[in-house]
Design a protein around this ligand. Structure first.
Ligand code: ZN
Length: 251
């Protein structure tokens, strides 16, 4: 590790997770033509993506910086459900004493509970915050999953629901007749994806009841690495925060 730190040492980038100063980040991601052709953000091959010291991805760094700068998740008591948890973020969140923190996944063995997001075992209004990133593009009935996430969120609660997003499509591309891993790879850019979302993703979330805020980190340059992109973020990547309305109190 010390040797790696020395090798990559420089002042071009700084990793917000491991606090390394780096002369470069490493390329990462799949390189299927469809991802380039449909300009899919949050998927595909990126040159400056991976921290060589702690292996954080660009999208994980964005998420962390968003949580730190745009929310009170690190201060306020909250019940947080983290689905398919990102490793570095999980380590950070589970150390926070203000959080009642629960990890869940259908396949990962290291999570606290096994959970299918289309059939969540918790009662309605259970969580203040849900993090569920890069999951919905794997789920055939994503509308059911969105409805379930909405149901278990408390009124006034919010969820971060990141997905790979095409900048060139006007409508989400999905085709239920495409089922083999090889065909899904060609069509959707990954062998276990069932669609490529487009801007109408927001409509699907709204149909499930959410009020969605779209955050562009380039609108808050000073906290997100400045014009020099110090934290190595994807300049096209937005954060999708899906809010469940606070219920009005009847007096
Ligand atoms: Zn790092």
């Amino acid at each position: 590790m010390a040797c790696k730190k020395l090798y990559f040492f420089g002042f071009r980038y700084e990793c917000p997770f491991c606090h390394s100063y780096l002369r470069s980040l490493l390329p990462f991601g799949l390189n299927f033509p469809v991802l380039k052709e449909k300009r899919v953000v949050g998927g595909g091959y990126r040159l400056d993506c991976l921290c060589p010291i702690c292996n954080s991805f660009d999208r994980e760094r964005l998420l962390y910086l968003y949580l730190a700068n745009q929310t009170d998740v690190f201060e306020k008591p909250a019940k947080l459900l983290h689905v398919a948890p990102e490793e570095r973020l999980k380590n950070l969140l589970c150390s926070k004493t203000n959080l009642d923190y629960l990890t869940a996944d259908l396949f990962q063995k290291t999570v606290m509970v096994k959970m299918d997001i289309t059939d969540i075992q918790f009662p309605e209004n259970s969580f203040d915050i849900i993090l569920c990133n890069h999951i919905l593009e794997h789920v055939i009935d994503d509308r059911k999953a969105m409805a379930e996430l909405y149901r278990v969120l408390k009124p006034g609660g919010w969820a971060i629901l990141q997905v790979p997003m095409s900048l060139s499509l006007s409508n989400t591309y999905e085709d239920s007749s495409i089922t083999s891993p090889a065909d899904r790879e060609t069509a959707f850019g990954q062998n276990d994806h069932v669609r490529i979302y487009a801007g109408d993703y927001l409509t699907r979330l709204a149909d499930a009841g959410f009020n969605v805020d779209v955050f562009k980190w380039t609108d808050d340059m000073k906290n997100f690495g400045g014009t020099g992109n110090r934290y190595g973020l994807n300049e096209d990547e937005c954060v999708y925060r899906a809010n469940k309305k606070q219920t009005l109190r009847k007096d």
